[in-house]
Design a binder for this molecule. Structure first.
Ligand SMILES: [Zn+2]
Length: 290
């Protein structure tokens, strides 16, 4: 089981989770046609315990549209995998709004189920450099005991807007630690993610894919570089993380993985962002939803 180790002077923690090293790694090439995917329909019995599905139905059988199973290689006592859809390839940017709505409904329901157990972190890793080990689109939920201090950002002021809807502002905060970092901030503040109203959840089902499409369209292929802008682009397909802030005054933070952290940053804890967030916002504003 995982061990939590504190650093006495900074009050930061590490989690030692040796079991994680046993998780299977898929080949980098998605073209490996003979592989079986344990998240695809037909293999329901192979991953962990099924805890949730949309629509309701016989556990471990096909017919699901979103499925949640326990992670066989957990970081903490509560670690779940949310399988986005039966489709092995399509993710948020290419799934229907209805399907994205179902995934977000699963996020909300599992968040609320686990709040009694600790801080609920929901996050998504896309691409090998972002830490994804299985290609089938999925997100994860990890519960961290409340006695552990987390080193997370509170919601940032809304500046450099990209676009807004009835319920959200999409923006690039001045305090962006990564190039093309984008935040989705609800207009209704002071809530936990689990308290999101149905109308806002429906809105988010459009806002999140819209934002990801803008990022992917701009950063993939590297065709549209702007004068005076550093060259940053996805090298091997989209690579990004996003997470839903676990605490009150929630937000979603999307971090494209375009750069590696180097010695200076590791040694100082200071981030060097090579793209001005104001420029990133202007570029993403122009990027039509493709
Ligand atoms: Zn699959």
């Amino acid at each position: 089981m995982a061990k939590f180790v504190p650093d006495v002077t900074t009050n930061r923690w590490v989690i030692i989770a040796e079991g994680r090293s046993k998780r299977p790694k898929e080949a980098k090439a998605a073209s490996n046609v003979n592989k079986i995917c344990v998240f695809c329909p037909g293999f329901e019995k192979i991953p962990g315990t099924e805890v949730y599905r949309i629509p309701q139905g016989e556990p471990y059988s096909p017919g699901w549209q979103v499925r949640v199973v326990t992670n066989k290689y957990p970081i903490t006592d509560f670690h779940e995998v949310i399988i986005h859809s039966p489709d092995d390839v399509k993710d948020f940017d290419r799934l229907s709004v209805e399907q994205v709505h179902k995934i977000l409904t699963a996020f909300r329901d599992r968040f609320n189920f686990h709040t009694k157990n600790g801080y609920v972190m929901i996050f998504n890793n896309v691409g090998e450099v972002a830490g994804a080990s299985i290609n089938h689109p999925h997100s994860q939920l990890v519960v961290v005991p409340k006695q552990i201090t987390l080193d997370s950002l509170s919601i940032e002021p809304v500046v450099n807007p990209v676009f807004e809807t009835d319920h959200f502002v999409v923006h690039c905060p001045d305090f962006s630690q990564w190039p093309f970092e984008v935040w989705l901030s609800p207009k209704k503040r002071g809530e936990y993610f689990g308290q999101i109203a149905p109308e806002a959840l429906a809105d988010l089902a459009q806002v999140l894919p819209n934002t990801l499409r803008r990022l992917i369209k701009h950063l993939l292929g590297g065709e549209h570089f702007h004068p005076g802008m550093p060259m940053v682009a996805f090298k091997d397909g989209p690579a990004y993380n996003f997470y839903i802030y676990h605490d009150k005054d929630w937000y979603i933070r999307i971090i494209p993985r375009l750069v590696h952290r180097a010695g200076f940053e590791l040694g100082t804890g200071l981030s060097v962002n090579i793209v001005d967030p104001a420029d990133a916002a202007e570029i993403l504003k122009e990027e039509t939803e493709g």
